[in-house]
Design a protein around this ligand. Structure first.
Ligand SMILES: Cc1cc2nc3c(=O)[nH]c(=O)nc-3n(C[C@H](O)[C@H](O)[C@H](O)COP(=O)(O)O)c2cc1C
Length: 311
């Protein structure tokens, strides 16, 4: 049997395979020039982009935990205009789909950012709704259905030619409600999960490691919980007969992890923290999924067949 095709379409965007570099762990791709065969990836999510440049957080920014990583980068980025003028072209030339991760601290800021990206060559926008809304006391947009709906709808309204994928926060107590609200507001796809809010304490200093007290937990430690959330969202979409693709992530570190997320209903997957440990993880997964399909005489779409045509 010939090698089965790994190509997949997410919200109208063709990816040559279902493996995407996760936002914030791949910069704008340059850093990995000599470490990863970047042109082989299905897609690259940019670091979060905001309307104005941001310096990010001071103090400790990264801290390793058992099988995990805490980060408190604070959305450091050069701003959307800089990205469009100085980074986008070289990223596009690499070949993988370019997915711009859009962040903001108010709905107005998200909307202005979306307007700029709408006019650009990016292939898709990934709306990062884990950011705090400064106008309503700092609760993240992604925790409740209502603010998630509002920001998704306002961004969707200004995007005339770009698909919108909304990236969900695992810290929501009503994740499936938030997921449904985003779909009802016009999201073309969902990605999940972002990092989990978590704390580390320095016992020598007897105080929290991070200035903001909490930070975001990622890596292998979160995988089974992320998988449960992906499964739950895919089941909800199936039950409601909503045909929207889900991109699963959270702790994926090897082919077997990736297969688990695909079997749980994801149409594609993202890899983040594992790339820090083993830069070749994503290309190994591309090869590994191809081998698995060939050995088992399956098509990529067969993996999530438990979810029918939905999700
Ligand atoms: C250092 C670091 C920076 C991150 N920055 C962003 C970001 O800018 N925007 C975003 O949506 N997610 C960001 N994330 C979250 C990842 O994209 C991903 O959702 C999360 O880490 C879970 O996947 P993983 O366990 O494979 O890393 C960041 C994660 C890490 C570790």
């Amino acid at each position: 049997m010939n090698s089965p095709s790994l190509s997949v379409e997410i919200a109208g965007v063709s990816l040559k395979n279902p493996v995407i570099a996760a936002s914030g762990t791949f910069g704008f791709g340059k850093e990995y020039e000599f470490l990863v065969e970047r042109e082989r990836l299905g897609g690259i999510c940019t670091k979060a982009l905001t309307l104005k440049p941001r310096k990010g957080n001071s103090g400790e920014r990264l801290y390793e935990t058992a099988s995990g990583l805490l980060n408190s980068i604070g959305l450091e980025n050069p701003g959307i205009e800089y990205f469009l003028e100085r980074e986008l072209q070289s990223l596009k030339e690499l070949g993988p789909a370019v997915i711009a991760n859009l962040a903001g601290s108010s709905i107005e800021e998200y909307v202005e950012g979306a307007r700029l990206l709408n006019e650009s060559q990016v292939d898709m926008i990934e709306l990062n709704i884990s950011c705090p809304n400064v106008k309503t006391g700092g609760a993240s947009f992604g925790l409740e259905a209502e603010p998630a709906f509002s920001v998704t709808k306002k961004v969707r309204d200004v995007l005339t030619g770009k698909p919108l994928m909304v990236k969900l926060s695992p810290d929501s107590c009503s994740l499936t409600d938030v997921a449904l609200a985003c779909i009802n507001a016009g999201a073309d796809a969902l990605s999940l999960v972002n990092t989990f809010k978590a704390v580390a304490i320095d016992v020598k200093l007897r105080k929290p490691v991070f200035k903001n007290i909490s930070a975001g937990l990622s890596g292998a430690a979160i995988k089974p919980i992320a998988l449960r959330m992906v499964w739950g969202v895919c089941e909800m979409l199936k039950a409601k007969k909503i045909k929207k693709p889900v991109v699963g992530l959270g702790g994926i570190s090897n082919t077997e992890d990736a297969l688990e997320f695909l079997i749980a209903g994801s149409s594609a997957i993202q890899v983040g923290t594992a790339t820090f440990l083993r830069p070749q993880t994503m290309t190994e997964i591309i090869d590994g999924v191809g081998d698995y399909l060939k050995t088992n005489n399956l098509l990529l779409s067969d993996l999530r067949s438990g979810f029918g045509d939905y999700s």
